[in-house]
Design a binder for this molecule. Structure first.
Ligand code: ZN
Ligand code: ZN
Length: 333
């Protein structure tokens, strides 16, 4: 018998297998939690890493998805300041311990005991999800649900990466997918010049990058027409690290923005020398979310989305893997 409130989800039951459409028992939010009726959930490269078993210790079975936009439909005990029906976003950072040295020093993105949405707690490839209210962002009523969804990870972690890249004007973006297409708009609004690097020969993505204001677009095997101040690597290919180091000038910075990358090949020290910096970005803090979501409307960010019904999540993941769309994929229940 189907319960009136039963929720459905696309569930990963075994690493490396397809997600399965599954009816789950109705869940009530616990103390400090909210239940969110999902209106849209973006599909992120990290979801592929979870499915492929490239990240350690996922909760299995798991409902992936951490770019969740929806409306609160139940409040747990002790939740204040949010109402039933209010629109919220639920991001990758699902819980932190609040007491470890990282949490205590304003670096909760590095928390020793975190829970990440769609990886360690069930996420948004579902008709409903449960979230820790302290980590959900009120989204207001401006903008469509599907258009906002990619901001919750591609946007937030892209923003953190952009801040980490420093203030340089000439910015390279390696891998022009969901995150880069948002970061390019933010960086352009800041008055920077964008140099977009795609898979060699991917003319359609290069054209897409130029349409978003990139001053130059080419293959990742090419050098930019002039040396860069900084570069952000969104692609998951370690071979790009030495290429990006060669593309930045003395004192330039290369930011690795992904959660997983193939091995980085050996490279001569001279391409790192002269105070070039190589750093990585991990996760997000709630402050990153507050900063970025406040600025996004002013920056006029328009996300380019391809929508899939929730039960087509496997197709969306396949299309992401194969690079079959520009911008971001979004699942709609
Ligand atoms: Zn902590
Ligand atoms: Zn993500």
């Amino acid at each position: 018998m189907k319960s009136k409130n039963a929720m459905h989800a696309m569930v990963l039951k075994k690493i490396g297998s397809a997600l399965e459409w599954t009816e789950l028992p109705d869940r009530q939010p616990g103390p400090g939690e909210i239940r969110v009726k999902v209106a849209a959930c973006g599909v992120c490269r990290t979801d592929l890493h979870v499915v492929d078993g490239e990240l350690p210790d996922p909760k299995i079975p798991i409902v992936p998805g951490h770019e969740i936009v929806g409306r609160i439909d139940a409040l747990g005990e002790g939740v204040e300041g949010l109402k039933i029906g209010e629109r919220v976003g639920v991001p990758w950072l699902g819980h932190t311990c609040g007491v470890c040295p990282y949490c205590a020093s304003g670096r909760e993105n590095l928390c020793d005991h975190p829970l990440f949405t769609g990886y360690m707690r069930d996420g948004g490839f579902a008709t409903a999800t449960i979230a820790d209210v302290r980590f959900a962002f009120p989204l207001g009523e401006t903008g469509g649900d599907a258009a906002l969804a990619p901001l919750l990870c591609a946007g937030l972690i892209g923003w953190r990466s952009l801040v980490m890249a420093g203030a340089g004007k000439k910015l390279g973006l390696y891998g022009f997918g969901a995150a880069a297409h948002i970061v390019a708009q933010a960086a352009k609004w800041q008055g920077r010049s964008i140099f977009a690097f795609t898979r060699p020969g991917d003319v359609s993505t290069q054209t897409f990058a130029r349409s978003l204001g990139a001053a130059w677009a080419g293959g990742s095997n090419e050098l930019p027409p002039e040396p860069l101040d900084a570069a952000i690597i969104f692609a998951t290919i370690g071979d790009l690290v030495p290429l990006a180091l060669k593309a930045v000038h003395k004192g330039g910075r290369v930011v690795c923005a992904g959660i997983h990358m193939s091995d980085i090949p050996g490279f001569p020290y001279r391409i790192l020398w002269e105070e070039r910096q190589l750093v990585s970005v991990a996760n997000l803090t709630r402050q990153d979310g507050i900063d970025f979501l406040r600025l996004a409307p002013q920056m006029g960010i328009v996300t380019h989305t391809t929508r899939y019904p929730l039960n087509q999540a496997n197709q969306a993941l396949d299309d992401l893997r194969a690079g079959r769309f520009e911008g971001a994929a979004v699942l709609v229940p």
